[in-house]
Ligand binder design. Structure first.
Ligand SMILES: [Zn+2]
Length: 69
């Protein structure tokens, strides 16, 4: 699976990760910028920081702790 990446600017990119939400397993928007990676779930509105790496199977998302707010 290759996520479709939207380049928002020189240093910012966004893509959708189907089933990437650690809370509800919904689709999340993953935004990568110089500040790091964040995911936003449109279903439950949870924002999490995430570690993103590129593995053999493509983008590997490692969610940090679920939002504590
Ligand atoms: Zn969710």
């Amino acid at each position: 699976m290759v996520p479709e990446v939207t380049i928002l600017g020189e240093r910012t990119a966004e893509l959708t990760l189907p089933g990437g939400c650690p809370i509800c397993q919904g689709d999340v928007q993953l935004r990568m910028s110089p500040d790091g990676a964040h995911t936003f779930c449109a279903a439950c509105h949870v924002i999490t920081k995430a570690k993103v790496a590129f593995g053999q199977d493509g983008v590997v998302l490692t969610p940090a702790r679920p939002a504590e707010a």
